[in-house]
Write a protein that binds this ligand. Structure first.
Ligand code: ZN
Length: 439
């Protein structure tokens, strides 16, 4: 694939889309979801970036503000993290994307030498604007109405055809994000994988609003491709940055399929040769529909480009999404929950602060191979949390991130050796015993 580089290649060749690639390795032939033409949707593969490879499926730890909270980059690497995902919106507000650019880009700035992702800022702009933080946990029994998120003075964000105006949650300053500005910021941040600027809707929006939003997101995607091409051409001192288009469309099959097939063949209006290097699957998704919605989307997408499902890390969701053809995932939940004392285990969640841990002189999870479980007891973690010691966050985050990274690595292995269904049933039966009994 990349064996044609001539020996006299200059030391710093200009950035080229060829510096990014994805290869499918194994397909989930007998288990998982199948596309409308019968082909299996689930697969393993390798994403190639200028800063190294990512073996997929893979869970990508989140370092919102250019740090995985409480962990050093060396620790993220040690626990098996293959890449880090940061947040364009947060880094734009603080320290400023110009600072990260001058520092040599996100990876250099934070001392992480592996692949990096930045999301577009669309999610944060919108979710902070409408006051929701966890889209995935929205339920359909909330009243469906655009009025809930309609224009009013309390809102932090307002959408129009050209972009989004919002107030900084840090100091109340007014800012404006457009597709062009998002691309300029993400080029300054310099991550290997960036996401197009999209509008995030909620499950409460009306069908009519979702239709308008999908169309608007498509128009924004074309503008992102054009600006991405301009930035790539100008910034020849930096390695190629891949751009993923983001598929929205909420819970509607026709909208999801239309959005995905549109992005799959989309080019810039000016930059007619510029296409998306991969795809993000975003937006409001009811948990029970996650696999189904992923399947509609991946069925429409080209097989030779990677798909990133934004914002999930719950084990049952990971199995469903992998089986439906998603390749990479990110979520703040493992580290956020760790800092609150909620630790994952092979038998479900454990509260490190619970009295049951006070005299647990064994590890939090006997089956975990992380640094925390190999060296510390549940009793010690319980003590650290009770005493509000800082290292409680570090030790708990190492464990939770390792738990999810390893789970997805094991899913990958099970796909390669043909034991995906057995591994899924055994794992989910252990993690959700009540649910399995009901089924
Ligand atoms: Zn552990």
């Amino acid at each position: 694939m990349n064996n044609s580089v001539p020996a006299n290649e200059p030391l710093s060749p200009p950035p080229s889309p060829a510096d990014f690639g994805f290869t499918v390795e194994h397909r989930l032939e007998n288990d998982g979801e199948h596309g409308s033409d019968g082909r299996p949707l689930g697969r393993t593969g390798t994403i190639r970036t200028p800063h190294g490879e990512i073996q997929t499926p893979a869970f990508i730890p989140v370092g919102t503000k250019a740090t995985v909270k409480s962990l050093l980059p060396a620790t993220v690497r040690e626990l098996g993290g293959q890449a880090v995902l940061s947040n364009a919106y947060h880094l734009f507000l603080q320290p400023g994307s110009d600072i990260v650019d001058e520092a040599g880009g996100l990876g250099k700035f934070m001392n992480w030498d592996g692949p990096t992702f930045t999301d577009s800022g669309g999610f944060q702009v919108m979710s902070l604007g409408v006051g929701f933080k966890k889209v995935i946990s929205m339920t359909e029994n909330m009243h469906e109405s655009d009025a809930v998120i309609a224009k009013n003075k309390e809102r932090l964000a307002h959408v129009d055809e050209d972009g989004v105006t919002f107030k900084s949650f840090i100091n109340g300053d007014r800012h404006r994000f457009t597709p062009e500005i998002s691309m300029q910021i993400q080029h300054q941040l310099g991550a290997d994988i960036m996401f197009a600027f999209d509008e995030l809707t909620t499950l409460m929006n009306t069908r009519r609003y979702q239709e308008d939003s999908v169309d608007r997101t498509a128009r924004w995607a074309v503008r992102c491709l054009d600006e991405h091409a301009r930035q790539t051409e100008e910034r020849t001192h930096r390695p190629y940055q891949a751009l993923f288009g983001v598929v929205q469309g909420a819970q509607y099959e026709d909208l999801r399929r239309k959005a995905a097939s549109g992005l799959a063949t989309m080019t810039g209006a000016d930059a007619e040769g510029q296409m998306f290097d991969g795809f993000g699957i975003g937006g409001a998704i009811e948990k029970s529909q996650l696999g189904e919605i992923c399947g509609w989307v991946t069925d429409e997408l080209p097989e030779n480009k990677p798909r990133h499902l934004l914002g999930i890390s719950e084990p049952d969701d990971l199995f469903a999404a992998v089986a439906a053809g998603a390749d990479t995932f990110d979520c703040v939940a493992p580290s956020r929950q760790a800092r609150g004392g909620t630790m994952y285990s092979s038998r479900g969640r454990i509260n490190a602060k619970a009295a049951t841990q006070r005299r647990n002189f064994g590890p939090i999870d006997d089956n975990c191979d992380c640094y925390t479980c190999e060296n510390y007891t549940g009793a010690y973690l319980h003590h650290l949390f009770k005493a509000k010691e800082m290292v409680s966050s570090t030790l708990a985050t190492i464990h939770n991130e390792r738990f999810i990274v390893r789970l997805v690595d094991q899913i990958r292995e099970s796909m390669i050796d043909g034991t995906f269904a057995e591994f899924r049933d055994e794992t989910l039966g252990r993690l959700y015993p009540k649910k399995s009994k009901q089924d």
